[in-house]
Design a protein around this ligand. Structure first.
Ligand SMILES: [Zn+2]
Length: 106
């Protein structure tokens, strides 16, 4: 049995980062939910789209979730995985260059 303590349980007030799209936010549903921004979509003509979404779990870091939808060239199916691997390697280098703000040494 539960005794009465005279205390009232209260849920912590819900706050959202200023970039959170509250309609897409998953944080109110459980403590593992995350804040989510409105997707930023960049079309790459002839190749596909890149979608970026800011996310943050309560008390955690802010992450940028990037979703790439790219059309795979009509190459030999056995080579499509290699093509995907090269694309991923190039993306990794491009992302590193885009976020690396250290001064270059010459
Ligand atoms: Zn939120």
């Amino acid at each position: 049995m539960f005794g009465k303590t005279g205390r009232h349980w209260q849920r912590p007030e819900q706050t959202h980062p200023m970039w959170c799209d509250v309609a897409r936010c998953l944080s109110p549903y459980n403590h593992l939910g995350e804040h989510r921004s409105t997707p930023l979509v960049k079309r790459v003509p002839g190749h596909g789209t890149v979608t970026a979404i800011l996310t943050q779990r309560p008390g955690g870091h802010v992450w940028l979730e990037i979703i790439l939808s790219a059309r795979v060239p009509a190459v030999d199916p056995a080579k499509q995985r290699a093509w995907a691997g090269r694309l991923l390697a190039g993306l990794g280098q491009a992302i590193a260059r885009a976020v690396d703000h250290r001064p270059t040494t010459r």
